[in-house]
Design a binder for this molecule. Structure first.
Ligand SMILES: Nc1nc2c(c(=O)[nH]1)N[C@H]1C(S)=C(S)[C@@H](COP(=O)(O)O)O[C@H]1N2
Ligand SMILES: [Mo]
Length: 225
């Protein structure tokens, strides 16, 4: 898993805190209490966080690919499969329209992302609350985050607190510039952004890695001291 990296990716030591610059100094108000509202085109909008406890826990080891070209290898995530949450909890209790094709995910730091429902149902997509055997830290998305290893890191939303089911993507407003936001963002196909080829975005993004890691570390230190 770790020896052959996808196109344009380079292995990084450790696992840096990362994201769009404007999220560097934003943190969830309550990183200890899981909240998971389900809304959008559903019959009943409700908080389904308690229902997670009814689902089987899973662990998985996967690599994590940031669109800016760094890859953190062999991260051990623990939590619940999104497919289990969807099929055993969301469908029966929130009752999304049968036409639901897209899921918008929203975070307690103001972050958001979108994925086609079919990709969220893949076996390796988790709602994770542990990393390497420890509860998630604020740095890595406490109290709950999405982990979608086949997609660039910007789909693995940290501090997840709301999920919305939609029939189409017409409600979707990207958190970043539109060219940076691919609907699917599959790593194997190098779908880094839309309208611009992956190889070009690699070159644009690579110089941002070091300063962004430094900024996110600085703001975390300021927040936790
Ligand atoms: N809520 C939220 N989720 C987010 C981000 C963010 O800034 N806020 N950044 C995204 C990006 S670009 C990446 S690469 C990963 C980084 O996850 P990490 O900070 O745990 O390394 O989180 C993604 N999910
Ligand atoms: Mo990223």
């Amino acid at each position: 898993m770790s020896s052959n990296l996808p196109p344009g990716q380079r292995r990084i030591e450790g696992f840096p805190r990362f994201g769009l610059t404007r999220f560097a100094a934003r943190f969830p108000e309550n990183p200890n209490a899981v909240k998971l509202e389900v809304g959008g085109e559903v019959e009943s909008a409700l908080d389904l966080s308690a229902a997670l406890r009814e689902l089987p826990r899973v662990e998985q080891v996967s690599d994590f690919h940031c669109v800016t070209t760094w890859t953190a290898t062999s991260l051990r995530w623990g939590g619940w499969r999104y497919a289990d949450f969807h099929e055993r909890v969301a469908v029966s209790r929130a009752r999304p329209k049968s036409s639901a094709r897209f899921v918008v995910l929203k975070a307690a730091d103001g972050g958001r992302t979108i994925l086609p429902l079919e990709h969220l149902l893949a076996e390796d997509v988790l709602l994770a609350d542990t990393l390497n055997g420890e509860p998630l830290t604020v740095a890595h998305g406490a109290p709950l985050r999405l982990v979608a290893p086949a997609h660039y890191g910007y789909k693995s939303l940290k501090h997840l607190c709301r999920i919305e089911y939609w029939s189409d993507d017409s409600h979707w407003r990207p958190a970043a510039f539109r060219f940076m936001d691919h609907l699917e963002a599959r790593v194997a196909r190098e779908e880094r952004g839309r309208g611009a080829p992956g190889w070009l975005l690699r070159l644009l993004y690579r110089p941002l890695v070091k300063p962004t890691i430094a900024l996110f570390a600085r703001e975390l230190a300021r927040h936790t001291r």
